[in-house]
Structures are given as C-alpha cells and as structure tokens.
Design a protein around this ligand. Sequence first.
Ligand code: GDP
Length: 238
Amino acid sequence: MREPCFGSPGETQGMGGWLLAIFSISVANLGMRVLSRFIAAATDVSQFPVPSVPEIAFLGRSNVGKSSVINSLVGSKLARTSSTPGRTRSINFFEIRWPGKPRPELIFADLPGYGYAKISREISQEWPRFIEPYLQERPTLALCVALIDVNVPPQDSDRTLLGFLNSSGRDFLLVATKSDRLSNNQLSTAMRSLGEQYPAARLLPYSSKTGAGRDQLWKEIRRVAEERAGASQTAAQN
Ligand code: GDP
C-alpha cells in the first residue's frame, strides 16, 4: 500500500495583480489539502471494497488524460500516467480524506480506459464481468465523471459510454480534457458542439496542465458527495 500523499483542490480567490495571485495560490494550498491513498485494484466484483463513503468514478478512452485529471485533483501522482494505452486493466480505488478528519470522505474509482482496437476483445470480456456491474449496481456510486478529449472528434466508443450512462440513470458529468491545447475561441466552439451532441450532459472544460476547471470539478464532486452523505444520514435516522 502506498503512503498517503498531499494535494489541493485549489479554491481560487478573485484577486487582481500577480503578486496577490501568487499569495492566493499558497493560501489555497494551505487551506484545501486532501489526503489520498490507494486502497484496492479489482478485476472482479468480489474484489470491490466494502461499500462505505460516496464514490466518484472516472471513465474515458485510453489516453484521454484520466490519470492526469485524478492526479491534478489530488495534487500528486496517485494514478499512473502512461504513454502505453490501456495499461490499467483493473478498477483502482483510492480513498480521499480531508486533513484532520479521521475517516475518508470519498472514494475515487479509476476505471480501465477503453477504445483501442487491439484491446477491444479484452474490453468486451471485462465490461460484463466487473465494469458494468460496478456502474449498474454499486450502491455508493454517487457520480460518474466521463472524460472526452476536446481535441479529438467524437468517437463511437464515447457515444456508447455516454448512451450507457444516460440509460443507467447514474448522475454523470462530461469533462472535456486537454482544454489548454485550444484557443479560447476554438474551445468555445468545441464545447458548443459537445453540448449539441450530448444535450443531457453537464459539461466542464478541464486542463490538468494549467489547472483550468479543477475548482469547478471539486465543487461538483463535493456537492454530490455531501448530498449523498446527507441522504444516507436521513435514511439512517428514519
Ligand atoms: P490516461 O491514459 O487517460 O490515463 O491519460 P494520461 O493522463 O496518461 O495522459 C495521456 C497523455 O495526455 C499524456 O501524454 C499526458 O501528458 C497528456 N495530457 C494529459 N492531460 C493533459 C492536459 O490537460 N493537457 C495537455 N496538453 N496534455 C495532457
């Protein structure tokens, strides 16, 4: 098991001037750290951790930038980034804790990347065995974060995933990765086009490189997790 490591959801402050901007970043780092720890890798339903706190699942094609998004959220190299597509064949679970709190608040579930021809046979075997059961039946799954590379034209595999999430009734968020590679104008056009293709999805542009979108994604994650935790408390009281 890896040692816990420190990161920051990085709540920004609207301050003018670069000196103040630097100050606000260091304040944010002091104020909003998270502790994260790898807890399990599952290739079978029997290996899933016992359901406990709300879970956030991260899904996307290989190379979409999924590991980079997870690492940028927690501020450390928790998930592996790799130039070898489809290397991660398990669901990897990480617990997320706020400093000073005794128990984890959240679990991040990093799902296997999909969509490369040479691994499509494996994928077709893996989905029914443990990925679909996870997405359909996991009682603590609170939010699916579906990642799409905003620089790449929409792929059939992405449409399939989004269709699956739509019909599963799961709350999901569509995160458009690598937004730093586009100009502001190009990004607006690309986001509009994604909105037209996936009208039901909540959309968020994201760059692990610059940190753009990180605060908004943390806000969504925390909101969903708090709602879920509140609902379980109410259920326990009744
Ligand atoms: P994964 O296979 O989905 O986990 O993708 P990785 O996180 O390993 O990233 C795949 C490649 O995209 C790597 O070469 C990363 O450096 C690059 N990448 C990931 N996120 C970003 C980003 O926000 N901006 C840019 N420019 N490149 C990125």
